[in-house]
Design a protein around this ligand. Structure first.
Ligand code: URA
Length: 234
């Protein structure tokens, strides 16, 4: 790997700032100052330091975030802060949300730079269950609740779509609090499913993904890295 690329992967420096750091004599390779950006290094065996700090490539990372309101999953800077802006890790912008939550949805969001792991969670083929708690605008109880649970179990036709949703599970916790478990991730799926039932979601919170439940010790906006056992769940 080229030395300037290695520096841009392992420090906050961009490639051009890495070249400047090299010119300024801030970088040492195996104990000797080095200035040539094109020098080839072996990240496994060569010892590179920047301003005296040893550097190592960043491995794959897996993060659980309690997504707060008014933060968006998009990678682009827009109206709201981005979820990656909450993650205080080097090169956090390389982390991708594993399935997006709307700006007004809270709860469990996973982020990673491991595309295959993310795919096992998001691909409908893997039927990974995602559990949401929704507060509804209109109470749903008695026979109407039972009918809604049956319709959700059979699949609902969402507006503008031709294929019904995959069988899902609706469980009314109170007349206005619904627990919905789905295995797909269509655009605004939960809100559109309740719209198809003639209701409206007032607030939405994701509780769990597969066997992984949002850590109750994480306040909105807080995050932690997953343990090896948690990573191995998917
Ligand atoms: N379904 C929605 O409607 N919104 C979300 O944020 C997630 C699932």
């Amino acid at each position: 790997m080229r030395l300037d690329r290695f520096l841009s992967e392992t420090t906050p420096l961009t490639r051009s700032l890495a070249k400047r750091a090299l010119k300024n004599g801030e970088v040492e390779l195996n104990g000797k100052a080095i200035k040539q950006a094109a020098t080839q290094i072996d990240p496994e065996s060569d010892r590179v330091t920047w301003q005296g700090e040893p550097l190592a490539l960043i491995g794959l990372r897996y993060v659980m975030l309690h997504k707060p309101l008014d933060v968006e999953c998009s990678a682009r800077r827009g109206l709201y802060p981005r979820v990656v802006d909450l993650i205080d890790l080097p090169k956090a912008e390389r982390l991708q949300p594993v399935g997006r939550l709307d700006v007004d949805t809270t709860g469990l969001l996973l982020l990673t730079d491991d595309g295959q792991w993310a795919h096992r969670i998001t691909s409908p083929k893997h039927r990974c269950a995602k559990v949401y708690h929704a507060t509804l605008a209109s109470p749903l109880e008695g026979p109407a609740a039972q009918r809604a649970e049956e319709q959700v179990a059979q699949g609902l036709l969402l507006e503008g779509e031709e294929a019904p949703t995959k069988p899902a599970t609706l469980n009314m916790l109170t007349p206005t609090t619904a627990e919905l478990t789905i295995t797909e991730g269509r655009y605004h799926q939960v809100k559109r499913m309740f719209a198809a039932l003639g209701n409206r979601v007032e607030s939405l919170h994701r509780v769990s993904i597969g066997e992984l439940t949002l850590d109750a010790t994480l306040a909105p906006g807080e995050w932690r890295e997953l343990t090896a056992d948690e990573i191995a769940l998917f």
